[in-house]
Design a protein around this ligand. Structure first.
Ligand SMILES: Cc1cc2nc3c(=O)[nH]c(=O)nc-3n(C[C@H](O)[C@H](O)[C@H](O)COP(=O)(O)OP(=O)(O)OC[C@H]3O[C@@H](n4cnc5c(N)ncnc54)[C@H](O)[C@@H]3O)c2cc1C
Ligand code: SF4
Length: 330
């Protein structure tokens, strides 16, 4: 592994000042399970993806750690909070079980003990060409996508263009379903960005996956209170039953009236470069009896799916998993 400098930040302001001082050669590090033991150890780099020279550790910043339930019924979770703290929170589990279930489905207990919320949401994609040293693809600043002609069995079936990664974060999928927001700190202060607009696909900028600038960091995530009688459910399909990334995951948040879909979100992970909100299915359900309609509604995913040469099977998996997860939520 290439050597690097490690800087401990004691406050958010200190972390921002260090990012600002060092420029794009510096990166935030939390648990390091993706950045240090993945990207840097495996020398994943190219002209659009330089290996960081300075890491700024945010795991000792008090305001970035912990879970607070607000008087209005919402929650704030520090970005440096470990995934285990999230899975073990009774408050979160009682009100937002879809979040605790998605966090519990990440990796292994060991990784969840030191992997953080911010690290999970901002981790880099897992495309095997990206992670392989001999493939100088678009995402590293090269001029080709090897997934187009190569083995694309795990790649995007929706929204791929130029680059066909799938967003790897399980927790991001449930947070989008919960209509959560990220609070971001930078040199000019803080800003809140709803997860609806936090993630960026390759069409916007193939070199990045979210709106964070090089001198910004995620401080915490806020989740609004759910309307009374809202139901949620989480499902994740993977190749191996031990820890693995999602082939397809589904987060459902739904409020119903006399069995009919009133409001809600269906969000898919593992299928698109960003966590994908399946509005086409939500719209097919609005005002209709959910049990009677869900099979036909889930099938409308076919109208937006553009599978690649080896991954059409993921369309069928997604349709079936959506149906099952919506029914589980009820
Ligand atoms: C074997 C293995 C299996 C895995 N399986 C899964 C899985 O099933 N599902 C899943 O979702 N993930 C999985 N992961 C990924 C893992 O969840 C993440 O690596 C972990 O949660 C990242 O947290 P971390 O704190 O270690 O991140 P780090 O490695 O420290 O950081 C990851 C990225 O996020 C950035 N970052 C971290 N914190 C912040 C912040 N506060 N603000 C801005 N940027 C920040 C870093 O700069 C870096 O680019 C797996 C990883 C491994 C190694
Ligand atoms: S899918 Fe994206 S990350 Fe993978 S080879 Fe193509 S451009 Fe690179």
């Amino acid at each position: 592994m290439k050597s690097f400098e490690l800087h401990d930040a004691g406050t958010v302001q200190e972390a921002v000042a260090l990012l600002n001082k060092f420029g794009p050669s510096a990166k935030i590090v939390a648990g390091g399970s993706d950045l240090v033991t993945g990207v840097m150890k495996d020398w994943v780099h190219g002209k659009g993806m330089p290996i960081p020279e300075k890491l700024i550790d945010v795991t000792a910043i008090p305001e970035m750690i912990g879970i607070t339930i607000a008087a209005n019924g919402g929650a704030t979770i520090g970005a440096a909070t470990t995934l285990t703290s999230i899975t073990e929170s009774k408050d979160l589990d009682q009100k937002w079980a879809v979040l605790t279930q998605s966090a519990a489905s990440v990796a292994s207990p060991l990784i969840r003990n030191f992997g953080t919320l911010g690290g999970n949401i901002n981790q880099r994609p897992r495309c095997w060409f990206l992670r392989g040293e001999h493939f100088d693809c678009y995402k590293k600043g090269g001029d080709f996508c090897f997934a187009v002609t190569g083995d694309n069995r795990y790649h995007a079936i929706i929204g791929g263009e130029l680059c066909y990664i799938v967003h790897p974060s399980d927790v991001a999928t449930s947070l989008l379903a919960l209509n959560a927001s990220a609070n971001i700190a930078g040199p000019s202060g803080t800003r809140a960005v709803a997860f609806d607009s936090y993630f960026t696909g390759p069409r916007e900028d193939v070199l990045r996956e979210n709106v964070l600038k090089h001198d910004e960091l995620m401080v915490n995530v806020t989740i609004p209170a759910l309307a009374p009688n809202t139901k949620t459910a989480w499902s994740k399909l993977k190749d191996r039953q031990v820890y693995d990334f999602a082939l397809v995951s589904v987060a459902v948040v739904v409020t119903q009236e006399n069995g009919a879909w009133r409001d809600g979100r269906i969000v898919l992970g593992g299928v698109a470069p960003v966590p994908y909100r399946a509005k086409v299915i939500e719209q097919a359900l609005v005002g209709k009896n959910i049990k009677d309609t869900i099979k036909a509604a889930a099938s409308t995913l076919k109208t937006v799916a553009r599978p690649m040469s080896l991954n059409a099977y993921k369309v069928d998996l997604a349709i079936n998993l959506i149906e099952r997860t919506v029914l589980n939520a009820l």
